[in-house]
Ligand binder design. Sequence first.
Ligand code: BT5
Length: 314
Amino acid sequence: MNETRRALIDALADGPIDGPALADRLDVSRAAVWKQVEALREAGFGIESGDDGYRVVEIPEYGAEAIAFGLEAPYRIEYHDQIGSTNDRARELAETGEDNLVVVADEQTGSRGRLGREWIGPSGGVWASLLLRPERPPAEIPVYALAAAVAVARAAREAGAEAIIKWPNDVLLAGEEPTQRKLAGILTEMEGEADRVSWLVVGIGVNANVDAGALPDGATSLREATGDVDRRVFLQRLLETFHDLTGGDTDLHAILDEWRQLSATLGQRVRVETPGETIVGEAIDVQFPGSLVVRTDDDERVVHTGDCEHLRPV
Ligand code: BT5
């Protein structure tokens, strides 16, 4: 989507506006405004022109323009009906210098989980990868994944689903264990030097309007929990929360408190498989930038990375 299109969408989202005012605001000719309005109509928008100017009366269900319409976060959207992996596409765009961009797809045919695992991404999900260039050291990056989990959980709760977070950043739907099932996963990838990130891709996969039968065992979807959601609104809320938590000079430490409030891991007995060992104990806290503090029989351990399983109390 080009700059003029995005500016037009932003202007129309603010309310009715007439052609001359639009031409002024977009700094283009009235003919160019008309052409862009026609393009939006072709993209599925209902736009009436009345006495007070152009007015949007219908927004398409999903797609780049629909997601951008009314979005209160500074991201551009690239949309695909089908793609291999939104993370792969975002990484490709990172090489071209892009920033503050979100790659969104309806369906993924080659999406990835962590550690080379497969992610199933059928049509109807919310599959999105944010490409960012935060001016932060790489050591702080894990907290971005926590922020993404908070953003997903909040959007899911707004949609009526009782979402909780399992360390580090799986979003589950609450229920009696072991029936807590996975609603969403997050995969962050980055490139940088010791003291500065070059690019960061935050890949977010939410099983939204998807049949549970299309997902692996242990997975669930918003369709199963609450019925279908408006993916446009869901993704907008998610992106807005993520931006509130991480944008500009925000204090990233504040993310931890938000995470604690939504986490189902704290206070639980857990087994964490780290690359080197297995740690069993009670999860007592999370520490910046996202490490889990586990009290074992012998001492307290700070775990930076691993797969976590909630255990029944002994
Ligand atoms: C994750 O990995 O949970 C991170 C998933 C990130 C997916 C997003 S979608 C947009 C972006 N583009 C990508 O290519 N990826 C990101 P992990 O914790 O490793 O969990 C992977 C495991 O979850 C798999 O081994 C399966 O057991 C299970 N799984 C696969 N697809 C699933 C799904 N749709 N819902 C729930 N669980 C799933």
